[in-house]
Write a protein of this length. Sequence first.
Length: 475
Amino acid sequence: MKKQETNQIPTWYEKKSKRKFSGGGSGPKSKKNDVVGEKKDSQKKSSQKTFVGYKKNQQKKNVALPDFVTEIERLFDLASVPDDAKKILSDFQGIINSTHPLNSKQRSLLSDQIRDLSHGLTDQRGERRLGYMNQPATLSAYVHYFLWWNLVRLVRLFANLPSNFLNLGENDLCLDIGSGPLTVPLALYISRPELRTKKLRWYCMDISAQSLSIGENLLMTIATKLDGVLWEIVRVKGEFGTDIKEKASFVFCANIFNEIVEDRQMPPDYQAKKITEGILPYINPKCENAKVFLVEPGVPNSARLLSLMRDAFMRRGFNPVSPCPHASSCPMDGKKGGKWCNFAFSTDDAPADLKKISEKANLPKERAVLSFVAMEKSPAQKSDEKNLSFRIGSDPIHLPGGRTGYYACSVLGLLLVVTDSNLLYGDLLSVPAPKRNLPVDEKSGAYILSLDDSKNFSRRTTTGSKTFTSEAEYF
């Protein structure tokens, strides 16, 4: 198949030559056990160098965005989560106890088991067995703790994904690869009320039959509490690659491929291609708008894998729906020394009982972090010639002169967005096409986009300008 063209730089912008990135990862600084239920990079932590450095616990005045800046969406807006979904998450401990209660001895050992599993998912993962979810103690720790945290992350994300991506129809067939205790179906059911009335058919695949059984019991309990239609669950005991009887219109894969590739000594591009080729046979070829959702830990290795899988799917006729604001090359692809695409939100609003369990297990969680990509089989959309959209992909960064910046992804490549306004991880914004080409930050290679200089954002009347502003104008 002919390779799909991905270079969709608007005609109004003259693309400059690429510069080598010198900065570190764009994500939050790694803290011990700050990624819930996920594995961390086993290699030496990447340096967290930025243009100057990330701000730490610094309060900033709330400055409104300029009028010419359009807020398109927020990735983790709590207001988008339904009230009944918030209640389910808050009461999830009671739901688990009603379906899979612990006796007094099991409860006394739970904190230690959670801590042991956390080590098995992070710094001691090399010692973890492939079928670890079949071990009763491990499964108990996962269901009573890590599943809950994963639902907190995915419910917030699913509630904010574009509605046209999750517009599942009556009797649609979905496949969840590496389903565990049905984490993805549970999160979707909780977060999207419009799907609770649909008769969906799910193939849930995992090597742990007991885990699938627990998940189905939880789904039945939650469906009853939310007064919704119970989805049909087809349990498939097996690993990735196991045959299923029907083809799916929607494939979900959550926190599985980092486990598959971690012990294989293959180049990441080869791994991404093989995994993509393994997913495609599950997809119904007659489905004109088939979709794939991939989510992994928000660490460089996972972001690199997802970026390469994004490219592989694009060569097969799929295009990114979220978080990418474009279908060009990924500027946060996790290459060594560069930025990696990941998103985070504060856990301040997480269920109080869940945070108590974290504290008791000595695993406090300040934020939830993930990397993901949502793909749909569809023709590539042309870039907008009148506007420039970008997705915020970092914490605030301290810049010279007391200014604040944020790394962002755009059709132009990596941006350093400079503004006095408060922006959040995952914000999708749009501005009129800049009147002139943007200066480049020599340290990170990012184009500098100042939102505090409105004269640079009036509508263009000509194309192909070769005029450059000086960096001094922006600081």
